[in-house]
Design a protein around this ligand. Structure first.
Ligand SMILES: O=C(O)[C@H]1O[C@H](OP(=O)(O)OP(=O)(O)OC[C@H]2O[C@@H](n3ccc(=O)[nH]c3=O)[C@H](O)[C@@H]2O)[C@H](O)[C@@H](O)[C@@H]1O
Length: 416
């Protein structure tokens, strides 16, 4: 039984005539990739230790954790709606039946781990699953699909190294695994405030169940911080009866539980405090600032700033987070570690960045500020740098570029 990392946070088919040009393009691209896979000349042939080429990011991961994967491989998965064909005339979606899986590394049995990812069909979880699969591990996903989505991991269904189970972490679950990444919990304020009792149960009972299983944690533990930037040594400032308490306090108790299991039952734990994260597969309607602003800009609507827009956030691209989680899992370090990008923006600056990246002429409109909205958030990442040798590689602008492409393609494919 293994180690648990607990996150305390902080298409188209061939039927009909596929008249849509995008669909044809998508099919052509898929055939091209399929040929490459069959001929065994996939991107793995490139030097996979190389992360940058001519200042461009060409791979993600860290050689020390054997997590390096060519970026093209991942982009193929999340930027091509290759397994679904949308027919705008009949407003139907067909799913392709035949599937070529991307080549995964062949690991010797002693290196191959059985890894459980709770919330593995969600935004962050599904990117972690892609990476672990490509690295050659056996991956088991449990998800209740409340905010997660089968499509996020659909490209692995049927693969011998992959299992997808509908299960709610609030209920006990028994399985033998080497490692557990506990990521299950709605993270956007509208989602987690929709059913606050369930949110607390997911954090608390979900964590108890997973700790019980393994006997391993995310940045909201800091609440509306009085210390800036936030180091792991800061204890936080949370209103225990406010609308965000179900999430923030849930994460805090999850950490308390994690260390109680470590001290009392010698459970091997890791605690990641995750700061605002964005990227492809964010839910377009989850109400978070990145997805809201990009969707509004793409649709030509006004961007909604809550309050004066002077509150700050620091945004990290999802690949950087996955790098950090895998490094943390493989490090022998038990204290909490912040994973976030210290590049801090006011929400107004961020709105202007999105407008310029989408090349839109949208205006900004101001709406009332939500209660208890933290005024500042920026991680102090010295600990992650020292202990894990990790720091974010993705400039926010570059990540935003890929995320905009993702949302654009989803919109074109009728998927949102
Ligand atoms: O993205 C995340 O990872 C975090 O999202 C939320 O925290 P928050 O920072 O409030 O996230 P957003 O809802 O994205 O809001 C960020 C800021 O933008 C503002 N905002 C949001 C949406 C919008 O349309 N306009 C707007 O001005 C919010 O008021 C807030 O000040 C969750 O509470 C965190 O747990 C989660 O980790």
């Amino acid at each position: 039984m293994g180690t648990i990392v607990n996150d305390t946070d902080s298409t188209e088919s061939k039927s009909n005539n596929l008249t849509n040009n995008n669909n044809d393009k998508s099919r052509e691209t898929e055939d091209l990739y399929s040929d490459k896979i069959r001929d065994g000349q996939w991107f793995w042939n490139t030097n996979t230790e190389q992360i940058f080429s001519q200042d461009q990011i060409v791979a993600v991961g860290h050689a020390s954790a054997k997590s390096v994967v060519p970026l093209e491989l991942l982009r193929y998965i999340y930027l091509q709606p290759h397994d679904r064909i949308y027919d705008p005339k009949t407003h139907t979606i067909s799913y392709l039946q035949t599937r070529t899986y991307l080549p995964v590394k062949s690991l010797p049995p002693r290196e191959k781990k059985r890894v459980l990812v709770t919330g593995g069909a969600g935004f962050v979880g599904s990117h972690l699953v892609d990476r672990l699969m490509l690295m050659g591990h056996e991956v088991i996903v449990i998800d209740n699909f409340f905010t997660g989505c089968k499509n996020n991991v659909g490209h692995w269904i049927g693969h011998p190294n992959f299992e997808l189970i509908r299960h709610d972490v609030v209920d006990p679950f028994l399985i033998e695994v080497d490692q557990i990444y506990h990521l299950a919990c709605p993270a956007s304020p509208p989602h987690y405030q929709y059913n606050p009792i369930k949110t607390v149960k997911t954090s608390v009972m979900g964590t108890i169940n997973m700790l019980g299983l393994a006997k391993r944690v995310k940045a909201q533990v800091y609440g509306d911080p009085e210390e800036h930037p936030q180091a792991e040594t800061y204890w936080g400032n949370v209103n225990p009866i406010g609308p965000r308490a179900c999430y923030d306090e849930g994460k805090r108790v999850a950490e308390t539980l994690t260390y109680a299991y470590m001290n009392q039952d010698c459970v091997d734990v890791r605690v990641a405090r995750i700061f605002n994260t964005f990227g492809p597969r964010m839910n377009a309607n989850d109400g978070r600032v990145v997805s809201n602003f990009i969707m509004q800009a793409l649709k030509g609507e006004d961007l909604t700033i809550y309050g004066d827009g002077l509150q700050t956030r620091s945004f990290q691209y999802v690949h950087d987070l996955v790098d950090g989680l895998i490094l943390l899992m493989n490090a022998d370090y038990k204290e909490p570690i912040n994973l976030g990008n210290p590049d801090e923006y006011t929400i107004r600056e961020f709105a202007e960045l999105i407008i310029s990246e989408v090349n839109s002429s949208c205006k900004i409109k101001t709406l009332p500020a939500p209660k208890d909205d933290p005024k500042k958030r920026r991680p102090d990442i010295k600990r992650a740098e020292q202990i894990l040798g990790w720091k974010p590689r993705w400039p926010v602008k570059q990540g935003i570029g890929e995320t905009v492409t993702y949302f654009q393609r989803q919109l074109e494919a009728g998927l949102m």
